[in-house]
Design a protein. Structure first.
Length: 245
């Protein structure tokens, strides 16, 4: 189950209910809250247990009717995402999980938000809009110029990356500006960020190889030291035998 980062519609938060006894996967209770979101497209084909990305966060539908659906947000979700900033009346990006027969016009988005960054600047250029967003040192290695990133669940192309000041920017065309929530936010507000999962898998694989290489280098250095020691011992033995002869 994945998403494409092509937002299907913007829904409206109609209810936020904070709960101290949210049931977790193992049956235990924890703090969280319930969201009710009014929409149209996302309800087409909805069922209890289906996945809908809300601002890029993969959430499970726990109830729905002809006008809206409900989802529960666990503590980890609130820590990682901007969903805790929502208020009644807030607009959110919505996308149903991708069907096996669908075209992917964005990129592979898991709906597993890495962190929430802050909007640093909006700057118009023609009918397009530059958006500059902060990010942490943890996410920085996975964000590259011309690479993919999901911002509040929208598949977008990274333009510039400033590693010293820890920000990246992107450009929104006029059509995209009308279809997503980012341009409707203010400087200082948070947006959900999910780096390209393929890049993360590749970086992990390379990291494992590097770790193995470092271990091999250590073993090689130890072998070289032992070999040098053995040569010295052998030379000393030869010298002793020569003197006795």
């Amino acid at each position: 189950m994945v998403f494409t980062g092509i937002v299907e519609e913007m829904g409206t938060v109609t209810k936020i209910e904070r709960k101290a006894d949210l049931e977790m996967w193992d049956g235990s209770k924890s703090e969280g809250f319930l969201l009710r979101i009014k929409c149209k497209i996302a309800l087409d084909g909805a069922y209890i247990g289906c996945s809908i990305a809300v601002n890029g966060t993969c959430l499970t539908v726990t109830a729905f009717d002809t006008e809206a659906f409900e989802v529960n947000c666990a503590p980890e979700t609130l820590r990682r995402t901007d969903l805790g900033d929502l208020e009644v009346g807030s607009l959110v990006n919505l996308e149903r999980s991708m069907a096996g027969t669908d075209r992917n016009s964005g990129h592979v988005v898991q709906g597993h938000v890495d962190e929430a960054g802050k909007i640093l600047e909006f700057k118009p250029e023609g009918d397009s809009l530059w958006v500059r967003i902060s990010l942490s040192d943890d996410l920085l290695p996975f964000v590259v110029p011309k690479g993919y990133i999901a911002v509040d669940g929208t598949s977008l192309t990274v333009c510039e990356v400033n590693r010293e000041e820890r920000w990246f920017n992107l450009m929104l065309i006029a059509h995209t500006q009308k279809c997503i929530v980012v341009p409707k936010k203010k400087v200082g507000e948070r947006v959900n960020l999910e780096a390209d999962c393929i890049g993360k898998y590749a970086a992990t694989a390379v990291g494992n190889v590097r770790a193995e290489l470092k271990q091999l280098e250590k073993s090689l250095r130890l072998t070289q030291i032992l070999a040098a020691g053995a040569i010295c011992v052998a030379a000393a033995c030869c010298a002793t035998l020569a003197r006795r002869g």
